[in-house]
Write a protein that binds this ligand. Structure first.
Ligand code: UDP
Length: 409
């Protein structure tokens, strides 16, 4: 089977942790590789954002990355990419006319627009994974949402129109139905995690002496809720907070979001217990996760959230806000605790309860590692995704049962 993935801003080759490079990049790269292990031939089309990039790069056996010329050959924030999507689509259409894929799998709404425009005249089915929904973003970020003004309307039309949608969690499926997407055209397949790499055994960084370690990993954007963890720390004595993500470590002192969070830490009287690492190379993360007593993941909203899977895979309990994908992945009292988003008080209570009981933390961590191994390997996710493609090609209804995510382990 030949699959074309479209991921206009999120290249599988990007460095992770910056403002626009996170879970989608990981998802696209790992899914492509997992499909290749199922003998699928995969091309990932992403925007050429550097003049030195060759047209095609081999990512590994059976996967190549194709750099599409659309817009300037330098970084452009994803919220400014819409004007280039027609050129992106035209390039794809020309390629697919010469070499027709069996299925196109678009990632993110703008890729969806380009994919539908390029594939429809050729009769190639398009599957869409949105990774985030404009309507949810607007609900939580209000005027801070920098998406193009037309996003919600365009996305709404797209979800009613596209051949099939693979949502990554139950909450997203509900949102899609609310937006008018036909239920029979939605499947739920979660993201996965690299289990050969994120595992409980192996070396761990040294935590600070005599202090429990709380860890945040992710892009340093306000909605990820790091500010709430900093505020909660004031009520969690004897703990340090390590923050991985954001700018290059050399730029920590000039980064606006780090500046805001440092000021908040000073105001809360916890500045000496918060450490910003800046962007940490992905391959360094397992050691960091294993050094943590608890990983905190308390965004205001979260389309899926790969970080809790990585933490659980390393055997660390997660305190997560009860939003989006985190409701499916973290099991309350099973692999971690849920707290309401934007509530430093409830977060501090949960952290205090966990840190007071190391045996409980270990138990939650072990169960997390088991749950992730059972449900979230990329091989399993690749297999489920391949089933969706096969059923589309066979002309069958693709509706899956509710995501096969048991409530506990
Ligand atoms: N990440 C990383 N280095 C960093 C910060 C984040 O490699 O300094 C990775 C992290 O391990 C995870 C991804 O970026 O794989 C973030 O994915 P998630 O789905 O949690 O959040 P998103 O960025 O999609 O909002």
């Amino acid at each position: 089977m030949k699959i074309s993935m479209v991921s206009e801003h999120a290249s599988p080759l990007a460095t992770l942790g910056g403002v626009d490079a996170g879970g989608q990049n990981v998802h696209v790269a790992a899914l492509a590789e997992a499909l290749a292990r199922h003998d699928v031939d995969v091309t990932v089309h992403t925007r050429r954002d550097d003049p030195d990039l060759p047209r095609q790069v081999e990512l590994g056996h059976g996967v190549r990355v194709d750099h599409v010329r659309a817009g300037p050959a330098h970084y452009v924030g994803k919220d400014a990419l819409l004007p280039y999507m027609d050129d992106f689509a035209d390039d794809l259409h020309q390629q697919w006319r010469r070499d027709r894929p069996d299925v196109v799998h678009a990632h993110f709404w703008m890729s969806g627009l380009a994919a539908v425009r390029a594939a429809r005249p050729l009769g190639v089915p398009v599957v869409l994974t949105l990774h985030a929904l404009g309507v949810v973003k607007r609900r939580h970020q209000g005027r801070k949402d920098t998406s193009p003004p037309d996003r919600i309307a365009l996305e709404q039309r797209l979800v009613s129109d596209v051949g099939h949608i693979v949502a990554t969690c139950t909450d997203e499926a509900f949102e899609l139905v609310r937006m008018g997407a036909p239920r029979r055209r939605i499947s739920v397949v979660p993201c996965g995690v690299d289990l050969s790499f994120f595992r409980p055994d192996g070396p761990a960084d040294e935590p600070g002496p005599g202090r429990a370690r709380l860890l945040f990993v992710g892009r340093l954007v306000e909605r990820k809720g790091v500010g709430n963890v900093v505020s909660a720390l004031a009520k969690v004595p004897d703990a340090e907070l390590v923050v991985a993500g954001g700018p290059d470590p050399a730029d920590l002192d000039v980064d606006a979001e780090v500046g805001r969070l440092r000021a908040l830490a000073a105001q809360e009287g916890v500045a000496d217990r918060v450490r910003f690492l800046g962007r940490v190379e992905h391959h360094r993360l397992p050691e960091l996760y294993r050094s943590a007593d608890v990983v905190t993941c308390v965004p205001w909203y979260e389309p899926f959230g790969i970080v809790p899977l990585e933490a659980m895979a390393c055997g660390v309990p997660v305190v997560a806000s009860a939003v989006g994908g985190l409701v499916d992945t973290v099991v309350e009292g099973g692999t971690g605790l849920h707290v309401p988003a934007r509530s430093p008080e409830r977060l501090a209570e949960a952290l205090g309860d966990l840190l007071a009981d190391p045996g409980w933390c270990r138990e939650l961590g072990n169960r997390g590692a088991r749950r992730v191994r059972e449900l979230f390997s990329w091989d399993r996710v690749g297999g489920l995704t391949l089933n969706v493609y096969r059923r589309i090609l066979a002309g069958q209804s693709v509706r899956t049962r509710r995501p096969s995510l048991p409530a506990g382990v």
